[in-house]
Design a protein around this ligand. Structure first.
Ligand code: FDP
Length: 333
């Protein structure tokens, strides 16, 4: 069987007019950074990378050493190539400017360097999520305003899953494609062409410890799932919650299901739990490109007009019929 690497895949996408040299370079550089993060993640205690860094991020959450390392790897890898105008990271409050000694390019890169970081110390899968936007024309100095584009404007989105194998899942707006890292060769190999969210599902993912804080539509929906064969759905459902969004979303891409971090009374004052620009938007683009759906419960995620770089939103995504049902419950209520 012909082994297609990420580089070959991207060149073929470019020949077909779906990417250009700058976007190709951007994705290759992100993929290289992901390999470096994978090395650190997999070494764990041997590299002394576990545990707290002793600092808080912009969201007031304790940073893990690997959060800081992954952030540094992504920033440094992407500064010099000339393809970016600026970057934004979950771990950095302000827009990250490209240093003066490097040329600037036409894209903006946003990322969550290490998603699910509470799982690092217990050796459970974590991930990296990224989103690519165009740098608006006519703007001289990149600022926060340049980033505040709805998710529908993304030109590419992807994630890395650091699990038993390291995967890179990517869309440039032409379906969702998965690559597995061949550690010996050091290259990503095209292993999952045109991934689609299976239509029929019997699995849901939600942090059920928040049940008493949920809004009535989510209470209603989850209760119906739990009632299984004896309830209105007439079939049993199973529940999974890794608490790494990347791992939970990847499972849904692979075998279907619905993922919810809905609005609840605990996170209402923050607007939700997950971040719009570098978690919800890229995952929503991937899920839609794979034939699924993604809403806040009340609105398509990709239509949300961002107001702040680190804005949070409720997230409901996965198999279309399930997402539509729980969204309908919100709109009816
Ligand atoms: P984490 O805070 O560990 O980075 O990004 C937020 C996130 O993880 C998601 O990856 C995950 O789905 C969710 O939070 C887990 O939230 P709970 O701790 O409420 O389960």
């Amino acid at each position: 069987m012909r082994r297609v690497t990420l580089t070959q895949f991207l060149i073929e996408q470019q020949r077909a007019g779906r990417t250009n040299p700058d976007l190709r370079l951007l994705i290759e550089v992100v993929a290289r950074a992901i390999k470096a993060i994978a090395v650190n993640v997999s070494k764990g205690a041997l590299a002394g990378v576990l545990g707290e860094a002793g600092t808080d991020n912009v969201q007031g959450e304790a940073q893990k050493k690997l959060d800081v390392i992954a952030n540094e790897i992504l920033l440094q890898a992407n500064e010099w190539g000339g393809h970016l105008a600026a970057m934004a990271s979950e771990e950095v409050e302000e827009v990250h400017q490209i240093p003066f000694d490097y040329p600037k390019g036409g894209y903006l890169l946003l990322f969550d360097p290490l998603d699910g970081s509470s799982n690092i110390d217990v050796n459970i899968s974590v991930g990296t999520i990224f989103s690519v936007l165009r740098f608006p024309e006519g703007v001289k100095e990149p600022n926060e305003g340049c980033f505040l584009q709805p998710g529908s404007e993304q030109v590419a989105a992807g994630y890395a899953l650091y699990g038993p194998s390291t995967l890179l899942v990517l869309t440039v707006g032409n379906g969702v494609h998965g690559f597995t890292l061949d550690r010996e060769m050091g290259s990503f190999v095209y292993t999952h062409p045109f991934m689609t969210v299976p239509v029929d599902t019997q699995e849901f993912a939600i942090n059920a410890s928040n049940a008493r804080f949920w809004e009535p539509p989510v209470q209603r929906y989850v209760t119906e799932l739990q009632e299984g064969k004896t309830g209105p759905r007439g079939k049993d459902f199973n529940m999974r919650w890794v608490a790494s969004m990347v791992a939970d979303v990847h499972r849904i891409l692979t075998r279907g299901g619905i993922f919810m971090y809905p609005m609840d009374e605990k996170c209402r004052d923050k607007g939700g739990k997950l971040r719009l620009m570098y978690e919800a938007n890229p995952m929503a683009m991937i899920i839609e490109q794979a034939g699924g759906a993604a809403t806040t419960g009340r609105q398509r995620i990709l239509d949300v007009q961002p107001e702040k770089l680190h804005q949070r939103v409720p997230v409901i995504l996965g198999s279309t019929s399930e997402v539509e049902r729980v969204t309908r419950y919100h709109l009816e209520g």
